[in-house]
Design a protein around this ligand. Structure first.
Ligand code: GLO
Ligand code: MG
Length: 343
């Protein structure tokens, strides 16, 4: 039995379009995805604001709430709950140059509007977490934005959210690159600095995505541990990545099994989830996959996470202690590899 509860976003089942080619699978309706998520073994769904309320830019605040309520009904009918809502601040023409850090005051206003509506949607969905993936909060041209002003603008936006709703929590999902090569909030350390500087540090934490840490050249297990040290790990996006390439969102553990193991191990050791946190996935099927394999990467990731959880629970701490005492790290390393490779 897993000690974890798992979550997934509807964008994890997608048509396979990439920067170099169009869709290769057909879009699956949201309600169908939700039904399959439950069957596969998920407990909660992650949302972008417009996953829950499509075309929200054209709706009044009241209409947005009503539509979010209807989405909640779909979740409830399938025995699922919402984990978080993330304002999608990277798709609209008004966020071409970023949301909170856009050089245009009007565009920053739009970003704030989407953020506050995300809070309304979260309230209707019955969750208290807002995730900020700061996709375009950075720049492609260093001299085009003042870095200090930009960091302050991100902080101001977070403070506005905290003030708008006194119960909502903000989780910063860090990423060093893509779609911008120069990010204002690339790592967990940056997220926690923003948390500390906010008007309510107790309500600002982090969400660590494995691949994002790797793309920063960091160890995801250590990024997780860093946030756990301060009680700030409120979400994870487990996935995998083949080195410093484009953002791949590979199935969890398929590329770097030992690193995946250490992520699960640190979560297990620290009783992650005991305060209601979910183990979230953020994985994408390979573009080569036919329609009938639309969910296979999710099934595999879940299975791998649970298998690694079992391995972590079997970890021989007495042997580890002995190895540490004699500084026999070769033996310890071999033990870990055998633990992972033996059935
Ligand atoms: C992309 C991000 C993205 C976010 C999602 C929720 O690199 O990982 O998938 O996790 O938009 O904020
Ligand atoms: Mg993610």
């Amino acid at each position: 039995m897993s000690m974890f509860r798992f979550s997934v976003g509807p964008w994890n089942v997608h048509s396979g379009a990439d920067a170099f080619g169009p869709e290769v699978r057909s879009e699956i309706p949201f309600a169908d995805k939700v039904k399959r998520f439950k069957e596969i073994g998920f407990d909660a769904v992650q949302f972008h604001d417009d996953d829950a309320v499509p075309d929200m830019n054209d709706l009044s605040d009241a209409q947005i709430r009503a539509k979010a309520k209807a989405t909640r009904k779909i979740l409830e009918d399938n025995g699922l709950v919402a984990e978080f809502v993330a304002p999608r601040l990277w798709m609209d023409r008004r966020t071409i140059d970023g949301g909170y850090t856009s050089n245009s005051a009007k565009e920053r206003e739009f970003a704030d509007w989407r953020s506050l509506r995300s809070i309304d949607i979260a309230n209707e969905l019955g969750c208290d977490k807002i995730v900020l993936w700061l996709a375009r909060e950075g720049t492609l041209c260093y001299e085009s934005k003042d870095a200090i002003t930009s960091v302050r603008r991100i902080l101001d936006a977070i403070n506005k959210m905290l003030e708008y709703d006194k119960k909502i929590k903000v989780l910063i999902e860090t990423k060093p690159n893509e779609p911008v090569d120069i990010s204002f909030c690339p790592t967990m350390g940056h997220a926690l600095a923003l948390s500390a500087a906010s008007v309510d540090p107790n309500r600002v934490g982090g969400l660590l995505e494995s691949a994002h840490a790797m793309l920063a050249g960091l160890d995801p297990a250590n990024e997780i541990a860093f946030a756990l040290t301060f009680g700030k790990l409120w979400g994870v996006h487990l996935n995998d990545q083949n080195g410093l390439k484009f953002d791949q969102d590979k199935a969890f553990g398929v590329q770097n099994l030992r690193t995946a193991f250490n992520q699960v191990k640190v979560l297990v050791e620290n009783n992650y989830g005991s305060k209601g946190e979910y183990v979230g996935l953020d994985v994408k099927a390979m573009r080569t996959q036919p329609q009938e394999n639309s969910y296979r990467h999710l099934e595999n990731s879940l299975k791998i996470a649970k298998m690694l959880e079992e391995k972590a629970k079997k970890f021989d701490y007495a042997f580890q202690k002995k190895c540490v005492e004699t500084r026999d790290y070769e033996a310890l390393e071999m033990y870990v590899l055998e633990l992972l490779m033996k059935g």
